[in-house]
Design a protein around this ligand. Structure first.
Ligand SMILES: Cc1cc2nc3c(=O)[nH]c(=O)nc-3n(C[C@H](O)[C@H](O)[C@H](O)COP(=O)(O)OP(=O)(O)OC[C@H]3O[C@@H](n4cnc5c(N)ncnc54)[C@H](O)[C@@H]3O)c2cc1C
Length: 470
């Protein structure tokens, strides 16, 4: 232990959904915990510039579009619908503030010491925290948990300038609705942020390197989502890339190159580069503890989240696996539980992932493509929301449910849902997979009527050709 340092049982570096949840669980288990966060507020990427502000704007923009165009069929006449963008942004900021303050409140409630400043190792078990004003604090603990998260990937030739060429953080705070937004990358972030601005009036072109959207997700279902988004007016340029963008006085000139080398130019007001995120472990002084990053800049860990350095652990976006808030949180809990001798565990086969577009695309487990690549024989059940009573009453019938089960055992291997409120329905699918359910189990479980979840029951029955409603 460093002389004169404040001592703890556990120091957590990073107060995102990985770090703050781990800290609270560790405190519950009786540890004396400090959390160090370099940014002014707790909550990390998710609460400050990720999940929360994006979902606040997605909800507000959906209300705007629905009020302007979606109410007449329900017999509700509205006129004079107008956008007050500053008010929408203010509300988003308020939601973020409420939640980040909530984390500070949880730290207080659980007796956790929150320390604001950048953490850097000064030796094994010893960390120096430097605050924005240059003042320093020395902390030490026998166990240190790295939860330093990730940052947006910047492409060569497309440097972020904060106004014309932006990352997701910039795109969630634009001062005006762009006439034309070009998005590089058709993953969750590009599609969600693109949806916000399209609903508010922007023309949106999404340029994607691969042949379809949401790379890695079930291809058949991704195509369903693509059709819906195209009907809403989103334009896609697949198998294309943006290598060059030149900022101009009123916008940015974007060069799009197709796979066969043909190039053309798009005039945009704003270019959002959303090609993924990379692990962030900069400035930690890992040399001082002899820790080396892997080939992708991530912190290497074993199944207990232990790095090769004794006493040093890591979780969340900074390690391998999907970059998702709930994955980071679950790892945080499992990691500190194992420190305390409790049997913490993360089942990576049952982590849901959601694209919060309209309709939403929610998924858990293996895709049809993965099963094929693994040589697993499967049976598949499908059910369209067009035939679901609740979706009909809502007038929201886009999409379908797809259940993939092992052909021999009937065990569910993957569930993929494109549809309204898919993010809620997927919770049942994740629980079913966690408990190793068969398609028959879901098909025989009572589902309240009329609900969207009945589509999951019907798709599960469809695995055995027993769908009733379609
Ligand atoms: C626009 C957007 C939308 C998203 N939407 C979703 C969603 O809907 N659902 C979902 O599951 N995921 C979503 N994500 C991803 C999600 O935000 C991340 O997976 C999650 O935040 C990772 O949590 P983490 O704790 O590992 O890291 P982070 O949340 O990135 O937190 C890491 C923290 O560590 C701090 N830190 C780093 N280095 C130091 C240091 N040396 N000293 C002190 N502090 C340090 C950082 O400042 C940061 O606060 C979204 C991301 C973005 C960008």
């Amino acid at each position: 232990m460093a002389a004169g340092a404040e001592t703890f049982d556990l120091i957590v570096i990073g107060a995102g959904p990985g770090g703050y949840v781990a800290a609270i669980r560790a405190a519950q288990l009786g540890m004396k915990v400090a959390v160090v966060e370099k940014d002014a507020t707790f909550g990390g990427t998710c609460l400050n510039v990720g999940c929360i502000p994006s979902k606040a704007l997605l909800h507000s923009s959906e209300l705007f579009e629905h009020t302007a165009h979606g109410l007449a069929e329900h017999g509700v006449q509205v006129s004079g619908v107008a956008l007050d963008l500053p008010a929408m942004m203010k509300r988003k900021d308020k939601v973020v503030t409420m939640l980040t303050r909530g984390v500070a409140g949880l730290f207080k409630k659980n007796g956790i010491t929150g320390v604001t400043g950048r953490a850097r190792f000064t030796g094994p078990a010893a960390v120096q925290v430097t605050a924005a004003d240059g003042s320093t604090r020395q902390l030490s603990a026998p166990r240190i948990l790295l939860a330093t998260g990730s940052v947006p990937i910047q492409l060569p030739g497309l440097p972020f300038d904060g106004t014309r060429i932006v990352d997701s953080t910039g795109a969630l705070s634009l001062p005006a609705v762009p006439k034309h937004l070009v998005v590089v990358g058709a993953g969750a972030i590009g599609l969600e942020v693109g949806s916000v601005w399209r609903r508010l009036g922007a023309a949106v072109t999404v340029v994607e390197l691969t042949p379809g959207l949401t790379p890695g997700m079930d291809v058949e279902m991704a195509k369903l989502l693509q059709r819906s988004l195209m009907r809403q007016g989103m334009t896609f340029r697949f198998e294309s890339k943006v290598e060059k963008a030149v900022g101009e006085k009123d916008g940015v000139r974007v060069t799009v190159t197709t796979r066969d080398g043909a190039a053309d130019e798009l005039a945009a007001d704003v270019l959002l580069v959303a090609v993924g995120r990379r692990a962030y472990a900069e400035g930690l002084g890992l040399d001082a503890v002899g820790l080396q990053l892997d080939e992708r800049g991530r912190i290497p860990v074993d199944e207990r989240f232990q790095t090769p350095v004794p006493g040093l652990f890591a979780i969340g976006d900074v390690i391998r696996g999907p970059m998702l808030a709930h994955k980071a949180s679950d790892e945080g809990v499992a990691c500190v539980e194992r420190m305390a001798g409790v049997a913490g565990h993360v089942n990576y086969d049952a982590i849901p992932a959601i694209v919060y577009t309209y309709p939403e695309f929610a998924s858990v487990g293996a895709t049809e493509e993965t099963c094929k690549a693994r040589g697993t024989a499967v049976r598949i059940g499908r059910f369209p929301f067009q035939a679901n009573a609740r979706a009909k009453t809502m007038g929201e019938t886009d999409g379908a449910v797809k259940v993939i089960a092992d052909a021999a055992s009937d065990r569910v291997l993957g569930i993929h849902i494109v549809g309204t409120h898919a993010s809620d329905v997927i919770a049942e699918a994740a629980i079913a997979m966690e408990f190793a359910a068969s398609a028959e189990d879901i098909g025989r479980s009572a589902h309240a009527h009329p609900t969207l979840a009945e589509a999951l029951k019907q798709a599960s029955l469809g695995v055995d050709g027993r769908t009733i409603e379609a």
